[in-house]
Design a protein around this ligand. Structure first.
Ligand SMILES: [Cu+2]
Length: 107
């Protein structure tokens, strides 16, 4: 019995849990796209990412064992972009290139 439980534990640890979600990230242009996507790194568990400047939607596939969607939102906010999960600090927003100063959502 113990052995059986151990095996379940090990196989759960090995299995990579992938999840794909689409979240709203505010931004303007291709420079924003590069920054938003650049904030999400493979080493942090990001498997793929794609932000669409027309729809403002980011589709991200990630390893749920390494990162959560909330943490993904925080990483994007850290480079200045408000999103569904986290609002960027004024300091991060003000540091954006003038063409990238998107209209912020009302709080
Ligand atoms: Cu931009």
């Amino acid at each position: 019995m113990l052995c059986y439980l151990l095996m379940i534990g090990i196989s759960t640890a090995i299995a990579q849990d992938k999840k794909t979600e689409t979240i709203k990230v505010y931004g303007n242009c291709d420079m924003c796209k590069a920054k938003i996507e650049g904030a999400l790194k493979k080493k942090d568990g990001i498997l793929s990412k794609k932000w669409n400047k027309e729809t403002l939607m980011l589709t991200v596939t990630y390893d749920t064992g390494k990162i959560s969607i909330k943490q993904i939102g925080e990483k994007i906010a850290a480079v200045g972009y408000d999103n569904e999960y986290t609002t960027a600090s004024d300091e991060a927003y003000n540091g954006l290139h003038s063409c990238c100063k998107y209209e912020r959502p009302k709080k």
